[in-house]
Design a protein around this ligand. Sequence first.
Ligand SMILES: Nc1ncnc2c1ncn2[C@@H]1O[C@H](COP(=O)(O)OP(=O)(O)OP(=O)(O)O)[C@@H](O)[C@H]1O
Length: 260
Amino acid sequence: MIEIHNIHKSFNGVKVLDGISGVFETGKTNLLLGASGTGKSVLLKCIVGLVKPDIGSVTFDGTYFTNNKLGIKQEIRRKIGMLFQSSALFDSMTVEKNIEFPLKMLGDMEKDERIDRVNTVLKRVGLEGANKKMPSELSGGMKKRVGIARAIAPHCTYLFCDEPNSGLDPLTALKIDELIKEITEEYGITTIIVTHDMNSVIEIGDKIFFLYKGKKLWEGTRDAILDTDVKELNEFIFSNRLMRDAKKIEDEEEETESNR
Ligand SMILES: Nc1ncnc2c1ncn2[C@@H]1O[C@H](COP(=O)(O)OP(=O)(O)OP(=O)(O)O)[C@@H](O)[C@H]1O
């Protein structure tokens, strides 16, 4: 479980995060949702320690992270897996070397053990035997799968994904979403995903945190999101045709039920 408390962040006097608090539960896919420029990525960076909040704190499973001793921060960082928007694979390395890389950096596994782990995670993401392929030989969806494999290879406890669906066709995007959700539940990971994709909200949003102009305006489940009375959230979700249709179906079902 990750807890954030009263996070504020400004750049050059411009406020980007304005007092955000929340709890991200273990084994759940937690989404940071909002329009472009609302501060989702900055919040994610504050949580992982890439950006220092001006005010506020982050706690990982009860251990205080922000401003703690370097050793304690490093211990927590070892448990963090990151999946970047671009997949961020090393182009000059094979799939196997890409996934082995964080294991080598951590330095607590022998070569055989590392390759066993590479094979295990490759199998888990549906890319068994792709060890010797180069990133240039992979499709966008396969690159994301390798990115997921690399993130979870060191047995991560926390997984952070910055727009994991960007650049993918809808079906591949759905498969990547499902894979992240399955892995989150199977390994009991606390997962936080930055997104503005309403399909992800419907498919995998166990818990959604809606950001608007640097503030958290709403939090709740994907079932509750269709019934929100927060104006800004309504405008955001119902600008999407799929969501308008989903709401229509829900209303019709409720009406049929009440007429029985
Ligand atoms: N290092 C920085 N220096 C100055 N301003 C920054 C910095 N990082 C982010 N910002 C600003 O903070 C605001 C929020 O950016 P952020 O990337 O968090 O938005 P976002 O909600 O993730 O948007 P998107 O969905 O487009 O990625 C933007 O106005 C951005 O320009």
